[in-house]
Design a protein around this ligand. Sequence first.
Ligand code: 0A1
Ligand code: ZN
Length: 886
Amino acid sequence: MTVTTSDTASAPQPKYRKDYQAPGFWIHEVELWFDLGADGTTVRSSIRFERNAAVTEPGSPLVLMGEELETLRVSVDGKELGASGWSATATELTVRDLPGDSFTLETEVRIHPESNTALSGLYRSSGNFCTQCEAEGFRRITWFLDRPDVMATYRVTVTADKTKYPMLLSNGNRIEEREEEGGRHSVVWEDPFKKPSYLFALVAGDLHCHRGTFETMTGRTIDLEIYVEHKDADKCDHALGSLQRSMKWDEETFGLEYDLDLYMIVAVSDFNMGAMENKGLNVFNSKYVLARTDTASDADFEAVEAVIAHEYFHNWTGNRVTCRDWFQLTLKEGLTVYRDARFTADKTSEAVKRIDDVQGLRAHQFAEDSGPMAHPIRPEQYIEMNNFYTSTVYEKGAEVIRMYETLLGRDGFRKGMDLYFERHDGQAVTCDDFRAAMADANGRDLDQFERWYLQKGTPTLKAVGCYDEPNQTYTLELTQSAPENEPHFEPTHMPVSFGLVGPTGADMGLAFEGEDASKAPTNRVLELREMTQTWTFHGVCARPVPSVLRGFSAPVNLEMERSQEDLAFLFAHDSDSFNRWDAGQTLFKGVLLALADRAAKGEALTLDPAVVEAVRNLLNDESLDGSLKSQAMSLPGFSVLSQARTHVNPAALIEARDFVIETLSRELRGDLLAQRKAARPTGAYRADKESIHGRRLANAALGLLSATGEDDIIEMAEEQFAAADNMTDSQAALGCLVQIPGSHRTQALQAFYERWSGDALVMDKWFAIQAMSRPFDVAAYELLRAHKNFTMENPNRVRSLVGVFAMQNFRGFHAQDGSGYRAVADAVLELDSLNPQVASRMVRALNPWKQFAAPWSDLMKAQLERIREKKGLSKDVFEIVSSALG
Ligand code: 0A1
Ligand code: ZN
C-alpha cells in the first residue's frame, strides 16, 4: 500500500516499523481515580516513572500522549507545577524540570464521555459508561505512554452515583467498596498483572449479573460474571457455557490455566468491533454475548461461542504475552484466531469450519491482498492503527500460524507454544520471537518462513502433474510465483499437503524411490522452499487424479490445469473434505466466469448438464452431513469471481450467477424438496450437531428452491416463517420471502418488525435481510436510511444497512448510474464526523474500483475523490481513500 501524503501540508504522517525505539521512560505502577458525572468526568492519575537510560539522556523532558483532554493540574512528586513546568498541545504533554530519573507524576484531566460518539476511550452506551482502549484509546482518558511495550500494574478507584451506577467495574480484583457523600459510592480495583494501557477497562452501570464458576485444573474456583442490560437477563446462558468450555479447552489443549480469581464479560450495544480482551474485564458487542433460540440463529450461537473463546484465549496470547509495538499485531491476533478456529473445529466439525473459514478468507482477505490496502500480515507502516485490524492481520495471520502447525505437527507446535510462554510470559514481544520459539523448540530452521511476515499479496502456486504409465511414477512439479503487487517477492517456505486419488476414488500410497507404495502414507506435506521443485512418487499403478493443497495448507491461489471430469471426480471422491468441496468451487468458478463473459457480450447462456449432475450426486451422497451438502451447493460469490477478472462488468457477473442458481433450482427441484424434507429436524427445537446440520441443509435447499419464485415455494417459506420456533428457521424463511416483490414480502417484513422492534439485535437482522435482498435498490436503501429505527450512531445498525448494502448487495451497490456508490459515500461523509472507525470500514467498499470496467470504475473513483475533498477528514478515512486513489 502506498499513501500519498503530499496533497496538503497538514496530511497525516505514517509511522514505520523500522523506526521502533524502546520507550524513553518505563512505567511500573499506575493509580487512577475516576469521578464519573453526567456532564463530564474527572480523571486523576498518579504514575510512577523511571527513565530508560538506554534511550533518553538524563534531564530530557517526559513527553506523554493524549487526545481531547482538558488538563486541570500537573504535579511531580507531590509538587504542583506552574506554567513553565509543563505544556500541552492537542496530542502531547511535555513535562520539564524533572527531579531525577524516577519520580511520580500526577495529572488531573476532564473528559466528556457523554458526547464521545467515536466509541474510543471512555464513552456511554445505553446510559452506562464503558471503555475501549485498543489500539490507542487510553490516551483519550488520561496523559500516558500509550504504547503496548509499557506495562504496569494498575489500581483504580471509580466513583459515581450509586442509584444510576450500582456496578462499578475495572480490571483485576475488587478490593474495597465504600459509600460517599451525596448518594455516590466508590469501588477500588487492583490488577496484580502488569499490562499495557490498551488492556485497561472500566464499566459503570445498572446491569444484570449472570454468575457461574469454573474449577481450574489445579482446583482453583474462578468466579465468572456476565453483565448485560436487565432486559437481556435471559440471554446469557450460552455465553456462560461458552466461557466454561473455552477455559476447559485451553487447559486440555495447551495446558493454559486462568490466572485471576474473577473473569467478567460486559455486553454493550454500541461497540466498534466484535469484542475486547481487557484483562479480567472483557467488553463485548452485545451481538456476541446475547443468544436465545428465538432471537439468535445457529450461526449466531456459533459466533458467540467463537468470540467468547477468542477473547478468553487472549488472556495468554495477547495479555500475558503481548505485542512490543502495533506492527506486531498479528502476533496476538493471528495466533488467537488460529486458537479459536481449532476450538470451534473441535466443538463442531473440522471440515465444515475449515470450508467456512477459507470461503471467508478468499472473499475478504484475498480481495484486500490484491487491492490498494494490501499489506503484509506484519505491516511496515500505518497512519491510523485502527485501520489495520484487517482480515490480513487476523485471518491470513491465522493461516500463517496454521502453517507452523502443518510443518511441525501438532506436538511440535505445542512444544513451540510451551517454549514461547516459558521465554516470554510477562513480556511485550515480536513475531520474530514467536518464530524463534517454534524453531528452537523443534530444532528447525524457520528463517525463510519470515517471508510470510514480510511480503504482501497472495502468491500463486502452480501445480503440474505427469503420470508415466510404463514406469508407474507420478511426478508433481510445484512452482510458486509472486503476487502482482509484490515486486520484491522471494520464495516462501510453503507446506503443500498432497494426495493421489486412484480410479476407484480411494487414495493411493505416496512412495518415494525405494519405498513400498502399499505401505506408504496416502497424504504427505511437501515443503516447497524454492521457486520450483519436483517430487516423484513410485509404484503408482494407475492414472491418478492429484489432490493438491489439501485442507488449504497454505494461503495461496492454486493454479492447475484440470479437466471438468477430473474436478467432478474429486468433487465426488476426494477423501479430503476441503479439497472435495474446493473441486466443486473450481468447477463452478470456471463455468460462471465463462458464462459472465458470454453475458457481457449479450450471448445466450446455457449450463452444462454435467454440472447439474455433479451437484445432484453430492446432494444425494449420504456420507455427507447437511452442512457439507449445503456448502457443496453454494456457488462462489461475487468477490471471488470478480477477483479472477480485470475490467469486471458487475451486471454480467450477476446475470451469470443468477442464471446458474435458477437453473440448478429448476433442474434439482425434486432432489432439493426431498433433501429439505429429510433434513428438517422434527419436534421442538434442539441445538445438537445433527439438528444444526439438518437446519443448515434444509434452509440452503429452501433458499435455492426459492430462486425461481414459484408460488408453492413461496407458500412453503410462508409456512416455515409462521411456524418457526427458532430464529434460524425464521430468518431463513424471511430471507427467501424478501427476494421477490409481492404481498408475501411486505407482510412477512411487517410481521417480523412488529414482533421484534424492541430487540436491537433482531432489528439489525431486519435491516440486513432487506439490504441484501434482490429487489433492494437505492430508493429502498434511502427509505430505510430514513426509518425511525435507523441511526448512524450505532455501529451494528450502520453495518446492517450501509455495510450490507455496500458489501453484499452487488446489484444495488453497482447500479449502473452510480447511485449506489453515491449513497454509500454520503453515509461515509456523515459517519466520518461521528465515528471515524466505522466510516473507514464502510469506505473500503469503494477500494476495488480499478478492478471494474467503465463506467463503474469511474463512478466509484469519483466518490472516493469526493470523500477526499472533505475538510477535516479523519485520519482513518484519509488513509483508506488516499491509498485507494494513490
Ligand atoms: N483485540 C480485539 C479487537 C478489537 C480491536 C480494536 C478495537 O477497537 C478499536 C476493539 C476490539 C479482538 O481481537 O477481539
Ligand atoms: Zn483478537
